[in-house]
Write a protein that binds this ligand. Structure first.
Ligand code: MN
Length: 260
């Protein structure tokens, strides 16, 4: 194996040298994946290009009434974050998309959220400059296996299994900032089978999108392709197979899924 690996690397170096690159750059410039791997992407409204997803960050308990319903004090403590894998994205581009009820849960919850997507990043980004890194916004759902999240939390174990599963991040196409600006207020709503369940205003966020980006960049180097789910308002709740969820955020594309 070592011989094969070395030959592959040397081959890449030789090819790179022929192209005028240094050995290190050549090895990086000539990757040869063992198998093809799909890049998760999100469509951009009115554009032929798509947005490639690098990481999905989510903030927890970012609306006071939701923090209270989750059993915590909505004082302005430092925000906390978790991640979903990039391929948890389920693009919902018009119409009603079929969303599979996931395994292992009997308490599957909706969380409607504004999603900010980044075109650039960095470390220790000041809040005053944070929005310069935002390419656009979309409407998203942070779908949650609430029983698993709570069960793991109660055992003081990581609750990743409750949040970071396949297709746990339905999202609409992106509306670029150049066309619609930065939404800081406006209605955010989710209806299930025509009955409104979540109904709040973006201005009720505890930490603004700019502050979230600033805080995240202290913990992680942010990069183009990172997307940030900015938290859900109150009245999260369960859905079952057959339910139709209709999410909307003022000025952004609507998001609709049927649980199957
Ligand atoms: Mn959430």
């Amino acid at each position: 194996m070592a011989t094969i690996d070395r030959r592959r690397v040397l081959g890449a170096v030789a090819a790179g040298a022929a192209a005028g690159l240094g050995p290190a750059a050549a090895a990086e410039a000539q990757p040869d994946p063992l198998f093809p791997l799909a890049q998760a992407t999100i469509p951009i409204l009115g554009e032929a290009q798509v947005f490639p997803v690098r990481r999905i960050y989510c903030i927890g308990r970012n609306y006071a009434a939701h923090a209270r319903e989750m059993g915590s004090d909505p004082s302005r403590e430092p925000p906390f974050f978790f991640q979903k894998p990039a391929d948890a994205v389920q693009v919902v581009a018009g119409g009603v998309a079929e969303h599979p009820y996931p395994s292992l849960t009997q308490n599957y919850h909706h969380e409607i959220e504004l999603v900010a997507v980044l075109k650039s990043g960095g470390r220790d980004i000041p809040a005053a400059q944070a929005l310069d890194h935002v390419y656009g916004y979309a409407t998203g759902l942070d779908m949650t296996r609430r029983d698993l999240q709570r069960g793991m939390g109660n055992q003081k174990k990581p609750w990743e299994i409750g949040k970071s599963f396949d297709r746990s991040a339905p999202i609409t196409p992106i509306l670029p900032v150049v066309r619609a600006g930065h939404p800081t207020r406006g209605r955010i709503r989710l209806a299930v089978n025509g009955t409104v369940r979540q109904d709040a205003d973006l201005s009720e966020m505890i930490w603004s999108v700019a502050e979230q980006i600033a805080e995240l960049s202290r913990a992680f180097e942010l990069k183009a392709g990172d997307i940030v789910f900015s938290g859900t308002p109150e009245n999260v709740g369960p859905v079952v197979r057959g339910d139709v969820l209709a999410g909307s955020i003022a000025g952004l594309p609507d998001l609709s899924i049927r649980i199957v």
